[in-house]
Design a binder for this molecule. Structure first.
Ligand code: FEO
Ligand code: CA
Ligand code: CA
Ligand code: CA
Length: 661
C-alpha cells in the first residue's frame, strides 16, 4: 500500500532472506533498477562505456567504488508533501578501486602492471577514477535515467583544485610546492561517507587517504623531528611504507611525486613533504554550482573521516555535526559551530559562504564513554591542559590540533572504539547513532562498557576473533551543543544462531541478522533507520545487505552483564529486536558492500550504492569472465562488457508508495 510521507510506525515489507545470489534482491512488490555505474558518461559527447579496459576520458565519467550518496532536488523544494519528485542531482563519493598488487585491474585492458615502476598512462587513469561525482537524474513514470548532457554533471578527482579554510588554512603544516602559503590543496581521495549540510551542500570524508602515500626508509632520519615522525606513525605511515598503487613511481612530474613523502627540496615550499597533511579532512562541495571549488574544512579535524551527520538546526543555536574515525581503536568526534543558526541560511544565495560561516570556526570535541552510561565531550584545543601539556606533540595553536587531531584526542583521554563508521541523527528525538563496524584487535584486556564484546565466531572453517560482527552505539544529549550525554548500545550485530547470552545480545533472527554495520542513514520522509553492511564475518553465508529499523530510545533495554572471555562486563543495551523493529530489505551481489543510501524527499525512490561487486576476482583472471566472482550489473542487463562495476541502483515500490512502509 502507498501511504503518505511521515513517521513510519511499522515496516510494511516482506523480509528478504540471506542469499549469496549474484544479484540485487529486494522484497516482493519492489523493483531495483541499475541507474549509474562506474564509467558511465557525464557528457553528451563522451562515448558509451565499453567496459573492456580501453575506455578513456575518466575525468568525464562516473568514478569507481560508489560510496556515500546524497540527493539534491531540482524541483522538490516547493512541492507539497506527498507529490512524486521527478528531478534532482545525485552527488556521491568514488572511494577507491578494485585492486590487487598495486593495479586497478578491471580498468586496464590487460589487468595493468603489478610491479614498480608503474606506467604513467595507467596511473593517470587511476588518478581520475577517485573522487566525487555529481549527476543529474530524472524520472519518467517509475523509470529513472541519468542526463549525460546536464550542465550540473561534474567530476572532482585527485587533481581538482581545492581550497583550505578554518584554523589550519595558511599554516606551515600545509605549505607545499603547489601552494607555498598553505591555502590550497589538490584533489581529494578515498572519500567514504557523505552528509548534507543544513544549507544544501555535500560534505564528504577523506578516509583511508594515508595508504596512497609512499614513505621511503630514510624519511624518519631525513626529517630529524621525532614528534612529526611519531605523527606519521599515528596516521598509519611508518618509514618504509609502500603505497597502495605506486602512484609515486610514474615519473618526475609533480602529479606523481606528490604521493612521495620523502621528496627533497630545499624547504617545504619547494617539495611535497607536507602533502600528507593536506588529506584527511571533511570536504564540502556545492553540487548546484559547478563553478565553485572543493573546500577542505580543517576545523572538523584530520583523521580517517567516514561521514558527517548534522543535528536538526535550531534558530539561535549552534550548528552541530557528528563524525567517526574509522580505524581500530579510534574515536567519535563532534563539531559545534561558533555562529548560531539563522534559518534564512537554509536556502542561501551563496552556499559555500554559509559553509564558511558555520564550519570554519567552532569547537571540536572527542567522546569519552563512562561505565555508568554517561559520557563526556572533551574539547580538542590548546586551552585543554591535557592537550597543551601533552608530551607527545607540541600543541600550540588550533591549527596544530586540526592537523594532528588523533594525537590531540589521545592526549584528551577519549575512548577507543570498535571502528567508528557512519553517524546518523534520529529525526524523531535527536539521538545520535554511530556504527562500530567490528574490531579484530579488541581483547579481553581492552573490553569496556561501550565496547563490551570479544568472542570467537566462525567464518566457514576460519575462526574470527575480537568484536567480530560490530555494534551500534547511540547517544542522547539534552541539547546538541551539550558537553555530556547518556549512551547505550542500540544493536549488537550477530549471526542468528550465535550464543544469546554473550554474542547475539539483540535477539537477532533469520529475518534481521547481520554482520559489520557501516552505512547508517535516517530517512527524513519516514524516520526509518537504514543500516548497511560491509563484508564482515558473514560473507560465507550471505552477501552484504541493507536493513530497515524502527529504533526506540537510549536506555530502553537497561543494564546487562556479558562475558567477554573470562571477564564480566556490564554494559547498557537497547531493547531486544524483533522483525517488527528490524528487518532485511535488500541483499547485494557477490563481493559487494552496500555503501551509501539517499532518497527523494517524498520517500518514493531510494538510491543505494553497490560498491566493489566481484572484488575477490583474481587479477590473473581479468580476461576470463567465467572466473569473475561477480558479473553484476551486466548480469542484470546493464551496460556493455562483463567486468563487474560499482553502481547506484534506484528502488521503487511497484504501487508507487513510500519505501519501507
Ligand atoms: Fe570506507 Fe569506513 O568505510
Ligand atoms: Ca563505509
Ligand atoms: Ca567498512
Ligand atoms: Ca568500502
Amino acid at each position: 500500500s502507498g501511504g503518505a510521507p511521515g513517521a513510519a510506525t511499522q515496516l510494511g515489507f516482506t523480509p528478504v532472506a540471506r542469499t549469496t545470489a549474484d544479484t540485487v534482491t529486494v522484497p516482493p512488490g519492489y523493483t531495483a533498477q541499475v541507474l549509474y555505474a562506474g564509467g558511465d558518461p557525464l557528457g553528451a559527447d563522451v562515448p558509451a562505456f565499453r567496459n573492456d579496459g580501453s575506455d578513456e576520458q575518466w575525468g568525464r565519467r562516473a568514478g569507481d567504488h560508489h560510496d556515500g550518496i546524497e540527493w539534491f532536488g531540482l524541483d522538490a523544494q516547493n512541492q507539497p508533501s506527498g507529490s512524486f519528485t521527478s528531478r534532482g542531482l545525485l552527488a556521491m563519493n568514488h572511494e577507491a578501486t578494485t585492486d590487487e598488487k598495486l593495479s586497478s585491474f578491471f580498468i586496464h585492458a590487460n589487468g595493468g602492471t603489478a610491479t614498480l615502476p608503474r606506467p604513467a598512462a595507467e596511473i593517470d587513469k587511476e588518478l581520475m577514477i577517485h573522487g566525487i561525482s555529481v549527476v543529474e537524474v530524472r524520472r519518467d513514470g517509475r523509470r529513472w535515467a541519468t542526463q549525460p548532457a546536464s550542465p550540473y554533471n561534474r567530476r572532482i578527482t585527485t587533481l581538482s583544485e581545492a581550497i583550505f579554510t578554518g584554523p589550519a588554512a595558511g599554516s606551515a603544516h600545509l605549505a607545499t610546492k603547489y601552494s607555498p602559503n598553505g591555502t590550497k590543496g589538490r584533489g581529494t581521495v578515498n572519500n567514504c561517507g557523505t552528509g548534507k549540510t543544513p544549507w544544501g551542500t555535500l560534505v564528504s570524508g577523506e578516509e583511508n587517504w594515508y595508504g596512497y602515500f609512499f614513505r621511503d626508509a630514510q624519511d624518519d632520519a631525513r626529517r630529524n623531528d621525532p614528534k612529526i615522525t611519531a605523527a606519521f606513525k599515528r596516521y598509519g605511515r611508518n618509514a618504509g611504507a609502500a603505497s597502495r598503487h605506486g602512484w609515486e613511481s610514474g615519473g618526475s612530474d609533480d602529479r606523481f611525486q606528490r604521493w612521495n613523502t620523502g621528496a627533497t627540496g630545499a624547504s617545504a615550499r619547494e617539495d611535497y613533504r607536507n602533502e600528507f597533511h593536506t588529506f584527511g579532512y571533511v570536504v564540502e562541495l556545492d553540487p548546484y554550482n559547478p563553478n565553485t571549488l572543493l573546500t577542505k574544512r580543517t576545523a572538523l579535524g584530520r583523521f580517517a573521516h567516514e561521514n558527517v551527520s548534522f543535528a536538526k538546526p535550531v534558530a539561535g543555536q549552534p550548528v552541530v555535526a557528528y563524525m567517526g574515525c574509522d580505524a581500530r581503536g579510534e574515536y567519535i568526534y563532534k563539531f559545534v559551530s561558533a555562529e548560531k543558526w539563522d534559518p534564512a541560511d537554509a536556502n542561501p544565495r551563496n552556499r559555500l559562504a554559509a559553509g564558511d560561516k558555520y564550519l570554519d570556526a567552532g569547537a571540536l570535541y572527542v567522546a569519552r564513554f563512562n561505565a555508568d552510561g554517561s559520557g563526556e565531550w572533551l574539547e580538542l584545543s590548546p586551552k585543554n591542559p591535557a592537550i597543551s601539556g601533552f608530551k607527545g606533540f607540541d600543541f600550540k595553536t588550533q591549527a596544530d590540533v586540526c592537523v594532528f587531531t588523533r594525537l590531540a584526542a589521545d592526549a584528551a583521554g577519549a575512548t577507543k572504539m570498535d571502528r567508528p563508521e557512519w553517524t546518523g541523527v534520529n529525526p524523531k528525538n535527536g539521538e545520535v547513532y554511530i556504527t562500530l563496524t567490528n574490531n579484530s584487535a579488541r581483547t579481553e584486556a581492552t573490553v569496556d562498557a561501550a565496547n563490551p564484546r570479544t568472542y570467537s565466531d566462525m567464518k566457514g572453517s576460519k575462526e574470527q576473533k575480537g568484536n567480530v560482527h560490530g555494534h551500534i552505539v547511540r547517544l542522547a544529549e539534552a541539547t546538541p551543543a551539550e558537553a555530556t550525554f547518556r549512551w547505550d548500545i542500540y544493536l549488537f550485530a550477530s549471526e542468528a544462531d550465535a550464543d544469546k547470552a554473550n554474542i547475539n545480545l539483540s535477539n537477532l533472527s533469520d529475518q534481521n541478522d547481520l554482520s559489520s554495520p557501516d552505512g547508517l542513514v535516517f530517512s527524513p520522509a519516514t524516520g526509518i533507520c537504514w543500516i548497511e553492511t560491509d563484508d564482515g564475518a558473514y560473507t560465507d553465508k550471505t552477501n552484504c545487505m541493507l536493513l530497515a529499523a524502527l529504533p526506540g530510545q537510549v536506555g530502553d533495554g537497561g543494564a546487562r552483564t556479558v562475558k567477554s572471555g573470562n571477564k564480566d562486563v556490564t554494559t547498557h543495551v537497547g531493547k531486544p529486536q524483533t522483525p517488527a523493529t528490524l528487518r532485511r530489505f535488500l541483499v547485494g551481489p557477490k563481493g559487494a558492500e552496500i555503501t551509501g543510501i539517499t532518497e527523494t524527499p517524498d520517500g518514493r525512490a531510494i538510491f543505494v550504492n553497490i560498491q566493489h561487486a566481484g572484488e575477490n576476482t583474481k587479477m590473473a583472471d581479468v580476461g576470463d569472465p567465467a572466473k569473475y566472482e561477480s558479473r553484476w550489473p551486466s548480469s542484470a542487463g546493464y551496460g556493455a562488457g562483463q567486468r563487474p562495476r560499482s553502481a547506484t541502483v534506484v528502488i521503487t515500490k511497484n504501487d508507487g508508495g513510500v519505501i519501507g512502509t
